[in-house]
Design a protein around this ligand. Structure first.
Ligand SMILES: Nc1ncnc2c1ncn2[C@@H]1O[C@H](COP(=O)(O)OP(=O)(O)OP(=O)(O)O)[C@@H](O)[C@H]1O
Length: 222
């Protein structure tokens, strides 16, 4: 089992840019152990909602509750600390340092967490093996699917209870995308809360909860 956090609860969330409202959300509860996929047209607010839920940006109004902690009320520094302790991130374009090995990439966030250097190395090796990433000298020679699974291993190094993924399969071919979607589904089954923004039918098909955004609001089925 992975670590199980309290889940996220959102109340009265509002956030806009330049007068326009990007997100308006009355109430939303996201339970641990679920793969939640945010869908919606370009500009509907998926990335902004991910940033709000992960404390990367503070909302103009409302609460983002993780148990008794309201991320919206924390200072930027306290939100950074919360993210380091509880959250992992995966992006569309991997953000790997391609001259480093997969193992070195996974160990980049080391030092922030609660594990010793030795335990971290063991965790990194276990995660890479779990996701089927070969031990190659440089990340540059990995396939795109292997690169994204390396990024996934890196996001999990600190054993976060919540994982955010912004279009994690969008730059992969269908087969590699399905593998990453399967990994995310399995990670949710272990008790983590996984929140992804995606247009990918393979990832949407594996979701426990689909939230369709239109003009910053959660509406009916996609
Ligand atoms: N930093 C910003 N400054 C100004 N406007 C922004 C900013 N970030 C997002 N927006 C606006 O907020 C709205 C929602 O954008 P967001 O990036 O969250 O949408 P999205 O659904 O993730 O789109 P995409 O699928 O293209 O990534 C858009 O109208 C966008 O232009």
């Amino acid at each position: 089992m992975g670590p199980q956090g309290p889940g996220l609860r959102v109340l009265g969330l509002r956030h806009g840019f330049d007068g326009g409202m990007a997100i308006e959300l009355g109430e939303l509860s996201l339970s641990p152990g679920a793969l939640v996929v945010l869908t919606g047209a370009s500009g509907s607010g998926k990335s902004t909602l991910l940033y709000l839920l992960s404390g990367l940006i503070a909302p103009q109004a409302g609460q983002v509750l993780w148990g008794g902690t309201d991320l919206a009320r924390l200072s930027e520094r306290a939100r950074d600390r919360w993210r380091r302790q509880n959250a992992g991130f995966v992006f569309q374009d991997f953000h790997l340092l391609t001259e480093l090995s997969p193992l070195q990439n996974v160990l980049i966030p080391a030092g922030f967490g609660r594990f010793s250097a030795r335990a971290l190395r063991g965790r990194a090796e276990t995660l890479l093996a779990r996701f089927g990433v070969p031990a190659r000298p440089r990340a540059a020679v990995l396939s795109r699917g292997e690169q994204q699974r390396t990024a996934l291993a890196r996001a999990l190094l600190g054993d976060p209870a919540i994982l955010f993924a912004d279009e994690p399969t969008a730059s992969l071919d269908a087969g590699a995308g399905r593998e990453v979607a399967d990994c995310l589904h399995q990670l949710a089954g272990e008790g983590r809360l996984i929140i992804a923004a995606s247009h990918d039918p393979a990832l949407i098909a594996r979701a426990d909860l689909r939230l369709h955004l239109a003009h910053g609001r959660i509406g009916g089925a996609p």
